[in-house]
Design a protein around this ligand. Structure first.
Ligand code: P53
Length: 478
């Protein structure tokens, strides 16, 4: 079988709020992530009004990538990473979000980080908004339900595009912008767009309003970016969890198709530059009043993205005969969801389905015909440290290897245009959905537990050596 392209971006991914810590260092303001206490597999993370003294907020210190980045980047280089995906912590640059002038110390941190990456020929792949909206914008403006926040985002984007125009080529606007489609679970609207639903509000209408504003913000940022550096590659980013029909019942096939619009709505607009008919029909049918103003259509059509980044962890299935369900899962729920008898699941209930990744690559490439980038994939599991300090994370290597096999088929047999692969949590970080440290994805272990104890010392898991070999052989030796 022929190899993956020579310039394939083998990498790793993290997000600022889950890795950096230093939540109030050097002028950083609090973000929406800084008021989220730890939860668990069974319950959502509580979102507090302000930072409360007697509560534990795992993102405040996280794994202190802020203080350890040089050591960590050196380990990434040793592994052979060609790319590191992370995000710029918005409230490090604009502590409140609505300032005219940025915080120089925050900008300097990312200059130093990008310089360190470039020193080792590691391409930075940067998300502008990965659940790190300044808390002030959420509290005082209502987040992206307020159109003013679009301007603040664009100002932030323009500031960092200008500052890093010679250091960063690959950008993404919003991480998993489609998470907010699960608007009945408070955590997704909060982290995606800084929105809280008030008593008596039509949550669907609020979501599409904030969603429209986020789409405008993304499109305006894309347009602005090209004026700053026409070589920039600006992507969108979605959480892609394919929804299968449970069986060949035509009604299930159609149901799966409809439910998949939860995944497609945002990229449809970001890639085609206009609202799909199924959404316009929904607004009409449900009587949703979405503030699409004159001129917005032009903004959307002029700010289409260059590539689509996506996360892939799992698939799910639906059945018309199953109730819409009020079981809300911490990782997001879809209506009529049922267990798929053909897939197994992790301890956190995320199904394991490598073939689903090849299917995903094909569905997305067929639909959009633009380059794709797998910017998250991985297995969250409990790691055991042996008495000699070694960590034999066999299931992780198995999971990643099985997925890489399917990636190779998608590229070599199906002809999908794929930029790269950056497995999630390349170094252990705080889990987004649960706030735990024990749900680990890393190939580099960090000594820290769910309560914040531990030396923060880094060590190599077996998967570190394994992934190094995978990269060195361009995916041949799995
Ligand atoms: P943790 C749902 C489905 C797929 C990916 O999650 C998801 C979600 C939740 O929105 O989120 C991404 O740490 C997200 C990362 C996150 C990662 O999945 O809960 O972009 O920030 O850490 C893994 O295991």
């Amino acid at each position: 079988m022929s190899k993956l392209p020579k310039d394939f971006l083998w990498g790793g991914a993290i997000a600022a709020h889950q890795a950096e810590g230093g939540w109030d260092k050097d002028g950083k303001g609090p973000s929406v992530a800084d008021v989220m206490v730890a939860g668990g597999v069974k319950g959502y993370r509580e979102i507090t009004d302000t930072v409360e003294a007697d509560k534990y907020y795992p993102n405040h210190e996280a794994v202190d990538f802020y203080g350890h980045y040089k050591e960590d980047v050196k380990l990434f280089a040793e592994m052979g990473l060609k790319a590191l995906r992370t995000s710029i912590n918005w409230s490090r640059i604009f502590p409140m979000g609505d300032e005219a002038e940025p915080n120089e110390a925050g900008l300097q941190f990312y200059d130093d980080l990008f310089d360190e990456l470039i020193k080792y020929n590691i391409e930075p792949v940067i998300t502008l908004s990965h659940f790190e909206i300044p808390l002030h914008l959420a509290k005082e403006y209502g987040g992206f339900r307020n159109r003013k926040v679009v301007d603040f985002f664009v100002h932030f984007a323009e500031t960092v595009f200008k500052r890093y125009k010679d250091k960063v080529k690959y950008w993404m606007t919003f991480n998993e912008i489609n998470n907010m489609m699960d608007y009945e679970s408070p955590v997704f609207l909060w982290t995606n767009v800084g929105v809280t639903i008030e008593e008596g509000e039509n949550a669907q209408e609020v979501m599409y309003t904030a969603g429209h504003h986020a789409l405008l913000a993304s499109a305006l940022a894309v347009k602005k970016s090209k004026e700053i550096n026409p070589d920039f590659q600006i992507g969108g980013m979605v959480a892609y969890v394919p929804v299968y029909p449970l069986n060949s019942n035509p009604n299930n096939v159609m149901l799966a198709e409809e439910v998949m619009r939860m995944r497609y709505f945002f990229p449809d607009v970001m890639i085609r530059g206009y609202y799909p008919n199924y959404a316009l029909k929904l607004f009409e049918r449900e009587g949703l009043n979405i503030p699409i103003l004159e001129g917005d259509e032009a903004i959307l059509s002029e700010g289409t993205i260059d590539y689509l980044g996506f996360s892939y962890y799992m698939s799910t299935a639906v059945d018309v005969d199953s109730p819409v369900s009020d079981v809300k899962k911490v990782h997001g729920s879809v209506p009529h969801e049922v267990d798929n008898p053909y897939t197994t699941a992790t301890d956190w209930g995320w199904t394991i389905d490598p073939v689903g990744l090849r299917y995903t690559l094909n569905r997305l490439y067929d639909r959009y015909q633009i380059p794709l980038f797998i910017v998250e994939n991985g297995l969250g599991m409990v790691d055991t440290v042996e008495s000699d300090g070694s960590i034999h994370d066999v299931p992780r290597m198995q999971y990643l290897g099985d997925h890489i096999e399917e990636i190779k088929k998608a590229v070599n047999e199906d002809g999908v245009d794929l930029i790269g692969y950056t497995p999630w949590g390349i170094i252990d970080i705080v889990s987004f959905t649960t706030g735990e440290m024990s749900k680990r994805y890393g190939m580099i272990y960090v000594d820290r537990d769910n309560d914040g104890n531990g030396s923060l010392q880094r060590s190599k898991k077996d998967s570190f050596y394994w992934y190094k070999k995978v990269i060195a052989t361009n995916g041949e030796d799995l």
